[in-house]
Design a protein around this ligand. Structure first.
Ligand code: NAD
Ligand code: UDP
Length: 361
């Protein structure tokens, strides 16, 4: 099944910049790439058309749904440090601003593939009876968000309400939709390095790489015992391509996409990254760790998920898909990207860069 034209909203972001060129290649069709920035979308593929716009701007959702037969919607503010510092912007970006898009997809019979998040499961995995489980399941698990004063959950709540709006349009007004719940997807071009091409606190991968490149201690929030299952962005792209290829099977489905085999503690992720970095910067120092409280690192209102592991039975069944890239296998490619992009831009007395110039592989 070949889509006529695909709109990728948020195509200038981390996942979007991998997905948009892959969709053009896979389906041989034109891609409308919408974002406010395209620095990460470096493809020269002429089928990828860049439109610099905000999705909530007048006429943008109209235009997108008039041209495309499928919309993949990724636009979001999805950085945990923002959830308690800019909660209203987070709610708008993940909910309010997307309402017209969903309505237009319904009215115009445009297929919608919407990126939600594993955060909707909340603090921990519980089955439908509230009993603890290891894995989070799309059609069985409860959602356990913390109290309202824990503003961490603004994002999860906004994303969940958007899922419910999409679901209702599907159930009652015929919207052809699939919802993706990504679990900690990582890869080249994720986020930014604070003080160089962004401010604030990115997600943990970029935080740790930033600290390693500056020769600073890795900050472990609450000891780094929290556990996450990390998936390579290439596995995400393959799964989304298959969702596009299988419209009947995926219609009205919510799909976890993640790699349960890559579950580690955050402290372990730091150790692995540090070990792999020495392949590119042999003079990089052994990692140092510093325990920080969540309140000191993120401010009041933060909260955390202890362990987040996907049940991907449904994705395996509907997509004949299996995430393939192991954590140790994906890290060299990721580190190579950061080292090449930021070499010379990271400064600091203890950074491995000044003494290791020329040693980059
Ligand atoms: P990202 O921040 O790199 O990409 C989001 C993109 O959306 C950015 O380029 C941003 O400029 C753009 N954007 C935001 N608001 C916009 C607006 N109003 N108009 C136009 N563009 C706008 O994030 P990502 O990691 O690529 O995530 C993509 C999607 O996947 C998001 O919906 C996110 O919530 C979801 N997700 C990702 C992960 C992950 O591990 N990467 C985990 C869970 C959910
Ligand atoms: N974290 C950490 N040090 C950092 C950044 C994050 O210990 O420098 C922790 C954070 O508290 C969380 C985990 O790493 O438990 C993953 O954080 P991330 O921001 O990637 O997003 P999340 O998986 O929580 O959505």
């Amino acid at each position: 099944m070949t889509p006529r034209r695909i709109a990728v909203l948020g195509a200038g972001g981390f996942i979007g910049s991998h997905l948009a060129p892959a969709l053009a290649e896979r389906f041989g069709c034109e891609i409308d790439a919408v974002d406010v920035t395209f620095e990460k979308l470096t493809t020269a593929d002429a089928r990828v058309h860049r439109h610099e716009a905000r999705i909530e701007d007048a006429g943008v959702a109209e235009e997108v749904t008039r041209r495309a037969s499928v919309v993949v919607s990724l636009t979001a503010l999805c950085n945990p440090s923002l959830y308690s510092t800019k909660p209203l912007e987070v709610i708008d970006a993940n909910f309010t601003h997307l309402l017209p898009l969903v309505r237009l997809c319904t009215e115009r019979q445009v297929r919608l593939i919407h990126f939600s998040t594993a955060e909707v499961y909340g603090r921990r995995a519980l089955d439908s009876a509230g009993e603890p489980t290891l894995e989070m399941n799309e059609d069985d698990s409860c959602s356990v968000l913390g109290p309202v004063h824990r503003e961490r959950w603004t994002y999860a709540c906004a994303k969940q309400l958007m899922e419910r709006v999409i679901w209702a349009h599907g159930q009652h007004h015929g919207l052809d939709f699939s919802i993706v719940r990504p679990f900690n997807t990582i890869g080249p071009r994720m986020d930014y390095l604070p003080g160089i091409d962004g401010e604030g606190t990115p997600r943990v991968l970029a935080c740790f790489i930033n600290q390693l490149l500056r020769g600073e201690p890795l900050k472990l929030v609450a000891g780094g015992h929290q556990r996450r299952a990390f998936m390579d962005v290439a596995d995400m792209v393959e799964a989304v391509c298959r969702i596009l290829e299988r419209p009947a099977a995926c219609r009205g489905q919510i799909l976890n996409l993640g790699n349960p085999a890559n579950e580690v503690s955050i402290a372990e992720l730091g150790r692995l990254l540090s070990r792999e970095l020495t392949a590119f910067l042999p003079l990089a120092r052994p990692p140092r760790f510093e325990d920080v409280s969540a309140a000191d690192f993120y401010g009041e209102g933060y909260d955390d998920t202890e362990q987040r592991v996907p049940d991907i039975t449904k994705a395996r069944r509907l997509l004949s898909w299996e995430p393939r890239v192991g954590l140790k296998q994906m890290l060299p490619n990721i580190l190579k990207d950061y080292v090449e992009r930021y070499a010379g831009r990271v400064v600091g007395p203890t950074s491995p860069f000044p003494i290791a110039q020329g040693l980059v592989a």
